[in-house]
Ligand binder design. Structure first.
Ligand code: NIG
Ligand code: FE
Length: 409
């Protein structure tokens, strides 16, 4: 048994509504508080003095200076398993070149596919662990990671194996998602629908056999897969018991409607969602996951996060960390910067990075500091929780715990 504290403030993030807007008044803030951990789990959260009386035999991990304790963040959408930089794409983009011009110059997703295919399994493991560990030191204790830069049987399986091996080598929890439907590979001879049939018939049984992913994703967009081929693909996966998520409404609206129709756990991006899509998402159980990092990387407007919340949607915020559209990979910075533009409350941002992100990944053991939950936690060097977003991501956690173990100081 371990008693950790005293913290100036502990925000357990429990009891927040699952959907819709959240005022900061809904945040429970426990002053001069502590937590008690038994093995991996939280057994008590409350005023430090009281915990000391209740658990006199607990070993003490003393927190000297003023600190604010939050649950670890959950990044529900990343592509951190890749090789190669796309800084050439980025330089062309900020110099005003179009998507098509960049693709013609050898850039775009296909460039990352080529480089990731050329990378060895070991190299992909190393790169994924490195990025996961950086996230961990920034308070992100659970990270979804997609394949999707392989796009062949051999290379998609190599990516998923790399993610599985990386999961064993990093303290963070990695949640794998198969994104073989990222785009129709250039070397596939056939229509987009035929490629998706190949994924279903050839790839899915192998992934299921090895248990390398319980979730599937598809990029629904004119330049990737249209709604007509995406819907039956997702329905097939649904009937085989996989969780579904969709890259939806990034440039053109449409994907989120398919996501809601098939009961996807989340629809991600949503920069191009209109009132119609916002209403559909709000009325559904599909989490609306917005990705401010992609807006920052592409120089495009943010997803309508405020409108989604006001309509009643469940809003998660993820980094989309990838070499093309979101190379920065700083989840807190991205969420903080977007919240200033979109007018999100601190409670909405924190829940989007924790409880609601857990819902997007169907996780029940993480996201709050409730009793019985995994002791995934982060402490910030301040005495008022509002300082965290105020510094717009510049203030990083000074301590991070994963399942009760101090993993970063
Ligand atoms: O989530 N939108 C599609 N896929 C990625 C970008 C991938 C890339 O450009 O490499 C995204 O933004
Ligand atoms: Fe993405």
């Amino acid at each position: 048994m371990l008693l950790i504290g005293p913290f100036k403030q502990v925000l357990p993030l429990t009891g927040l509504p699952a959907k819709g807007a959240i005022p900061d008044e809904a945040l429970q803030v426990i002053e001069n508080a502590g937590v008690v951990v038994d093995g991996k789990r939280l057994v008590a959260v409350g005023p430090f003095k009281r915990l000391k009386e209740l658990y006199p035999a607990a070993e003490l991990q003393f927190i000297e200076d003023d600190r604010v304790l939050l649950p670890g963040f959950i990044d529900a959408h990343t592509h951190i398993c890749f090789d190669g930089s796309r800084s050439r794409d980025y330089a062309m983009r900020i110099a005003g070149k179009s998507y098509l011009e960049i693709a013609r110059a050898g850039g775009g997703i296909w460039d990352s596919v080529t480089k990731t295919r050329a990378a060895s399994l070991d190299r992909l493991v190393e790169l994924t662990v490195e990025r996961a560990n950086r996230h961990l030191t920034e308070g992100v204790t659970t990270i979804e990671v997609k394949s999707g830069y392989g796009l062949s049987g051999r290379d998609e399986l190599k990516m998923l194996e790399a993610i599985a091996q990386a999961n064993d080598l990093t303290v963070a929890t990695l949640i794998p998602t198969c994104l073989a439907a990222h785009m129709k590979p250039r070397d596939y001879e056939g229509e987009a629908g035929a490629y998706l049939d190949w994924v279903l018939q050839e790839l899915v049984p192998q992934i299921a056999g090895k248990q390398w992913a319980q979730r599937f994703d598809i990029f629904i967009e004119d330049t990737a897969f249209d709604t007509t081929v995406a819907l039956p693909f997702l329905q097939q996966l649904k009937s085989r018991g996989f969780d579904l998520t969709v890259h939806a409404d990034q440039f053109t609206a449409g994907g989120s409607k398919v996501a809601v129709e098939v009961g996807a756990v989340s629809a991600d991006h949503l920069e191009a969602s209109r009132e119609e899509e916002i209403a559909l998402l709000a009325a559904s159980n599909t989490v609306a996951t917005v990705l401010p990092g992609a807006s920052l990387g592409l120089g495009m407007p943010y997803a309508p996060a405020r409108k989604l919340l006001d309509a009643g949607a469940c809003l998660a915020i993820a980094s989309d960390w990838n070499p093309g559209s979101a190379p920065m990979g700083d989840l807190l910075l991205q969420a903080a910067v977007m919240s200033a533009a979109e007018k999100l409350s601190t409670a909405e941002v924190f829940s989007g990075l924790t409880t609601r992100a857990a819902m997007a990944l169907s996780l029940r053991q993480v996201g709050t500091l409730d009793i019985g939950m995994d002791a995934d936690m982060q402490a910030y060097p301040c005495s008022d929780y509002r300082d965290i977003l105020y510094y717009q991501g510049k203030m990083k956690p000074c301590k991070v715990w994963k399942q009760g173990r101090l993993v970063h100081t």
